[in-house]
Write a protein that binds this ligand. Structure first.
Ligand code: B1M
Length: 210
């Protein structure tokens, strides 16, 4: 089995130590960090999501898999940053208030970082005031919001309004994503773009900034 397949497999099984070991091995075999991220860690987590949807996995298993994936991400993070010397732009990213889901947001942040953008990760459960504070900073180009709950995605609209009220809406691009989010919703709240997955988020950032 190829090493990325083994990594995906260990993510699915929730074996953090094995994931760490295999990720280190892949790096020492000069497989790029981006390749390991996309074809090992993210591929594994995608299977976990499908199994959860099909009731083959329950929340505890998903959490253990998420922890295993994060253990791998921790190793890749500095390598992804190192590979790109000069950032192409600065993206402030967070999961909106009331929402604790941060796995997808972390992946999007990591992938954007890997694609050469500087990332400021505000974490999860982020209130609009914090997004505004960071949008105000001189070099911020993009505000990225993630939400996984239908009950929290509506808060994105409040953040867009807060950006308008603060006179910052024209200064930054707004991109949104997360399982319940759609292009139609992005249009409704006047976000600059929506991405269904991390790879599309990179394309979107490129379209908006490059
Ligand atoms: Co929760 N949860 N959860 N959960 N959880 C979902 C989202 C749910 C769909 C499960 C279900 O019922 N089928 C459901 C939401 C229903 C709804 O509102 N429509 C749900 C629920 C109900 C809840 C609770 C309310 C459960 C409860 O307590 N009763 C609770 C809420 C807590 C809270 O946030 N206040 C809750 C809690 C949790 C855990 C803490 C146990 C855990 C989160 C752990 C963590 O994130 N640290 C958890 C998990 C893991 C999930 C599922 C199983 C997986 C989410 C995930 O990580 N997916 C999820 C079911 C599912 O999605 N199948 C579910 C993998 C990840 C890679 O994908 O996040 O979609 P995703 O990110 C993708 C894209 O969406 C996109 O790119 C990413 C990578 O490709 N993307 C962006 C995401 N953000 C983006 C931002 C962008 C661009 C693209 O630009 C900025």
């Amino acid at each position: 089995m190829a090493i990325n397949e083994q990594i995906a497999d260990e993510v699915i099984k929730g074996q953090a130590d094995a994931v760490k070991e295999l990720v280190n091995q892949a790096i020492s075999e000069e497989i790029s960090a981006e390749d390991v991220l996309n074809n090992g860690l993210v591929a594994g987590m995608n299977v976990v999501s499908k199994k959860f949807k099909n009731n083959e996995f329950f929340i505890p298993e998903v959490l253990v898999s998420a922890r295993a994936m994060t253990a791998g991400l921790d190793i890749l993070n500095p390598l992804l940053a190192e590979a790109n010397v000069k950032p192409k732009g600065k993206v402030v990213i967070g999961t909106v208030k009331g929402d604790l889901h941060d796995i997808g947001k972390n992946i999007v942040g990591m992938m954007l970082q890997g694609a050469g953008y500087e990332i400021v990760d505000l974490g999860a459960d982020v209130p609009k005031e914090k997004f505004i504070e960071f949008a105000r900073k001189e070099d911020t180009n993009v505000v990225g919001m993630s939400a996984l709950l239908t009950t929290t995605m509506i808060y994105m609209q409040e953040i867009v309004q807060a950006l308008k009220d603060a006179g910052l809406r024209d200064k930054v691009k707004v991109i949104i994503g997360g399982a319940p989010v759609t292009q139609a919703y992005a249009d409704k709240i006047e976000a600059d773009g929506y991405a269904p997955d991390a790879a599309s988020a990179i394309d979107l950032a490129k379209d908006l900034l490059d």
